[in-house]
Design a protein around this ligand. Structure first.
Ligand code: DQA
Length: 141
């Protein structure tokens, strides 16, 4: 089972962002953990991050033929990007939405997710373990 793990805007700055919300792992460290978890679950995990919304949309479109499931952390795009929502709507695949921080307990604007209803599961506030939960969920389907 091939799973795309797509991290969005500013997540390349992990390790330098507020550790109270995002922890202390850098993106390469986080992706390293995700790969180890994926391997242990027998998943073929592909991790990517971009700050360009158009690239993120293209990767979702690529998942149509290239993946069996997607884990998305669209970061700030979560809260307003109908382009990313429309791309995800194309997928006849399981989608898991992950946020490192507890988005529902932060500022009002973070409580809105324009992709949440498309996700089979949303995990937030569990730090890097949220990605493990997402992979375990997908492996169990
Ligand atoms: C985030 C939460 C978003 O509100 C924020 O803009 C991010 C990361 C998270 O993983 O907690 O950049 O998606």
């Amino acid at each position: 089972m091939r799973v795309y793990v797509l991290n969005g805007v500013n997540l390349n700055m992990l390790g330098r962002r507020d550790p109270a919300h995002y922890g202390t792992l850098t993106l390469p460290e986080l992706e390293g953990r995700i790969r180890v978890w994926g391997e242990a679950l027998g998943l073929d995990v592909v991790c990517r991050q971009t700050n360009a919304e158009s690239e993120y949309v293209e990767w979702i479109q690529e998942a149509l033929d290239g993946a069996d499931a997607v884990v998305v952390n669209p970061a700030a795009w979560t809260h307003y990007s109908y382009a990313i929502r429309d791309a995800l709507e194309l997928l006849p695949l399981p989608i898991v939405e992950v946020h490192l921080s507890a988005v529902d307990q932060r500022e009002e604007f973070r409580r809105v997710s324009v992709v949440r209803d498309l996700a089979a599961l949303t995990v937030s506030g569990k730090g890097s373990d949220g990605y493990r939960e997402a992979l375990e969920f997908l492996a169990g389907r």
